[in-house]
Design a protein around this ligand. Structure first.
Ligand code: BMA
Length: 312
């Protein structure tokens, strides 16, 4: 087993939230000083999503703030594009501030908002950084040749739903986009893939923990996999692990709001060479598991498949 599930999973459920919600899932987590800061998604009782905040000192026991952290904007351009909710946050610390990318969902589709915070007390919406229909934007914690870099997953009816890379000088304007990892036919991720956790720097490359989806007769199954990107040029994919690293197996992953889902939006590397991987289970509760970073890197390198399938 590459990932050891924490014995007391799930670590956070709606019962830990002091305001009415139906779910707690798909959370980003960062470690800052001695705190683990979690920004999680919740469905409200009308079915639309908001983001909440929770703090932990050990990465396992989280205490939730009394009020939601980010709700759909009520004025300006963001209000128009967040009407259906805010979903699936990712966090990166770069240039002395935290950037939060999240799905802004509205009748116009799903697109990505970028908000900034220095302290998780005040938050400033910066820009809507994609058009519809994009999800799963993760920004690298370092710049490359002076440019920010991000992975994302555009939705297209023509091309397969792949992982792309784009660059920006200022976080607002993005370009030089390129498709770099695609789903593999009749594999666990053949229907679509998307970036998951903010990439983690290792001695052998950037570790990208992503999700992949397989359609079955009784709905889609969401699993997690790993890829390794070149340290200097993250558009170069060194290796994609052929097999998944986590699939829905426990009851809380197989049943819930959406059955058979493990979906990550964040992982925290530790100084002892382990990594805490956080995942939403069945779009209902939050879980954590521990892996060795070296094992995940070896899984990519020893068990590879081509990064790109060229669509016909
Ligand atoms: C995706 C997103 C995720 C969710 C997953 C499974 O399209 O909406 O937030 O976890 O579906 O329902």
């Amino acid at each position: 087993m590459l990932i050891q599930r924490y014995k007391n999973n799930p670590i956070l459920t709606k019962n830990g939230v002091p305001y009415p919600v139906a779910t707690v899932h798909n959370a980003a987590v960062v470690k800052h000083k001695n705190q683990y800061i979690m920004i999680f998604r919740s469905h409200k009782l009308n079915g639309r999503s908001i983001l909440g905040k929770a703090i932990s000192y050990d990465g396992f026991h989280f205490e939730v703030d009394r009020e939601p952290f980010l709700e759909p904007a009520d004025s300006g351009i963001f209000a128009e594009y967040e009407k259906f909710g805010v979903e699936d946050p990712r966090i990166v610390f770069i240039d002395g501030e935290f950037l939060i990318t999240y799905t802004a969902y509205s009748p116009h589709g799903a697109r990505i908002g970028l908000a900034k915070t220095k302290n998780f007390k005040t938050i400033h919406r910066f820009s809507l950084i994609t058009q519809a229909d994009y999800r799963n934007v993760v920004i690298f914690p370092e710049k490359f040749n002076g440019l920010y870099a991000r992975l994302d997953r555009p939705h297209s009816d023509i091309s397969d739903w792949s992982i792309w890379i784009s660059y920006s000088p200022d976080l607002r304007f993005w370009g030089d986009s390129k498709r770099i990892i695609s789903p593999e036919p009749y594999h666990w991720d053949e229907m679509k893939i998307g970036p998951g956790a903010t990439p983690v720097k290792t001695s052998q490359g950037w570790l990208n923990i992503y999700h992949g989806v397989f359609a079955t007769m009784s709905g889609s199954v969401y699993r997690l996999g790993v890829a390794l990107h070149d340290l200097k040029d993250p558009s170069k994919v060194i290796a994609v692990g052929d097999e998944w690293i986590l699939q829905p197996e426990e009851v809380y992953e197989r049943t819930g709001y959406v059955p058979n889902v493990v979906f990550t939006c964040g992982a925290v590397p530790e100084e002892d060479g382990t990594i805490k991987i956080y995942w939403g289970a069945a779009d209902t509760v939050m879980c954590v598991g521990i892996a060795k970073i070296d094992d995940l890197v070896a899984h990519c390198l020893n068990n590879q498949r081509p990064a790109l399938k060229i669509s016909s």
